[in-house]
Every structure is written in C-alpha cells, then in structure tokens.
Ligand binder design. Structure first.
Ligand SMILES: N[C@@H](CCC(=O)N[C@@H](CS)C(=O)NCC(=O)O)C(=O)O
Length: 236
C-alpha cells in the first residue's frame, strides 16, 4: 500500500494520474495547505521540504522499511520503476521522457507557479513580476507546442512526462491564458484528457475542482502559505 499525502493541485494530480494509470494500490491522505497541515514536524519527516505531494511506500522496491519519496518528478520516476510502466524502454524515448520531465519540473511548473502567485495571490498591481512570469509561461507554451507539433506525446509514446505537463497545461486558464493559441498543445491536451485514468485522477469533469481565480485568504491562511507560519515550520 502506498500512502499519498495529497492536495488537488497540478503537482498532486501528476501523482494521482500515475496511480490511476498503473493501478498500484494506494490511499490518498488529503492535506489542507490553507490550514497548514503540511507544516508539522511529522510531515517533515516524510518530506524535509514540507511541500505536497509526498508518498510513503510500505512495500518499497528492494524491500526494507517504508520508503518516503518527495518531489512529484521523483515520485513519478519511482512509480514508473515500481510498476514497470510509462517510462519507455527504448533508450531514445526514455531519455526524451526524462528530458521533458525535467523541463516540466524546472520550468513549466515553477515559472507558471510564480505567475499564479503574482496574478492570483499577491496584492494587485504587481506589473513587473506578473508580466515576467506570464511571459515566461507563454514562452514555455510555445516550446511545448513545438514539441507536440512533431510528436503525439512528449516522448513519442505516452509517459510520465505527459502526466507531469498535462495538469500544468490545464492550469494556464487560471492566469488568463488559453490553449487555443497553441493548437498542438490543445490537441494533445484533449487526447490525454480523455484517458479514464486522467479523468479519475483529476476529476476533470468537476469544474469546482479547479481553484477559484483569485482566492481570498484569511490572515492565518496567508501566514501558513507565504508568511510567518511558513517560515517558522522548518525550525520547529
Ligand atoms: N517541486 C515540488 C513543488 C511542491 C509544491 O510546491 N507543492 C505545493 C502544492 S502544488 C505546496 O505544497 N504548497 C504549499 C505551500 O506552498 O505552502 C514538487 O513538484 O513536488
């Protein structure tokens, strides 16, 4: 049994999609980041970085004590290794899957994540950072569109690279961008979105599952995500 410390965000959905795709037995433990569920010393023993998602595999590859795994990209690689699925065997395609997974982890997720912060959470009127991170997201969407104009999937066959990028492609609507401007991305997004495991893993039919465009946070919730409570957590 794999325990998944989960929140229904793009990084969380990468893992829930992969678990649905592979059918590996698992249990989702829903964490409320607004309430600060992820700021506890107990959770830091599972993820020293104190972020979601994280998993604990109680029957890890190679046996031994339960294995905690953090960072969504590392979790996808671990689950691919455990299941023997969705990381291509062919060395060229395997490398492509790893390259696009790293691209998502280093760029498409973090840059867009900053765009979400400045557009949706920061006090309004932050023109420079808003433009900087939205422009970078637009540039990355062009990169993704270029790749998907030459291949049906990021590694030619459906892989963990697609599972990593898809939830972040879905999230661009929340920062005022549309996939209609990137036809190859839009085609791929629709194709991947029809997969039963993607529907089950993200509950895409339920629009309420997407966070609101500009959430209103209480002082405590703000502190848990961006302020004193967040800063205090690693020292506790
Ligand atoms: N690079 C990490 C990013 C994890 C991350 O930032 N997770 C968000 C949810 S998507 C989180 O835990 N947010 C809570 C917070 O910022 O306090 C990964 O891919 O796992």
């Amino acid at each position: 049994m794999i325990e998944v410390y989960f929140t229904p965000t793009p990084n969380g959905h990468k893992v829930s999609i992969m678990l649905e795709e592979t059918g590996l037995p698992h249990r989702l433990l829903k964490m409320d980041v607004l309430a600060g569920d992820h700021l506890t010393p107990d959770f830091r023993r599972i993820n020293p970085n104190g972020r979601l998602p994280a998993i604990v595999d109680h029957e890890p590859i190679g046996g031994g004590a339960p294995l905690p795994v953090f960072e969504s990209g590392a979790i996808l690689l671990y689950l691919a290794e455990k299941s023997g699925k969705f990381l291509p065997e062919n060395p060229r395609r395997r490398s492509q899957a790893q390259q696009w997974l790293m691209w998502q982890m280093a760029s498409f997720g973090p840059m867009q994540g900053q765009a979400h912060h400045f557009i949706r959470y920061a006090p309004e009127g932050q023109t420079y950072p808003t433009e900087r991170y939205r422009n970078e997201t637009v540039r990355l969407l062009h990169v993704l569109n270029g790749r998907l104009s030459e291949a049906d999937y990021l590694a030619e066959e459906y892989s963990i690279a697609d599972m990593a990028a898809w939830p972040w492609a879905r999230a661009v609507q929340l920062i005022g961008l549309t996939l209609d401007d990137y036809p190859a991305v839009a085609d791929w997004f629709a194709r991947v979105g029809e997969r039963p495991a993607v529907i089950a893993g993200t509950d895409v039919k339920n629009a309420a599952n997407l966070a609101s465009a500009r959430p209103v946070l209480t002082e405590e919730q703000w502190s848990n995500l961006f302020g004193k409570n967040m800063l205090a957590a690693p020292t506790r």
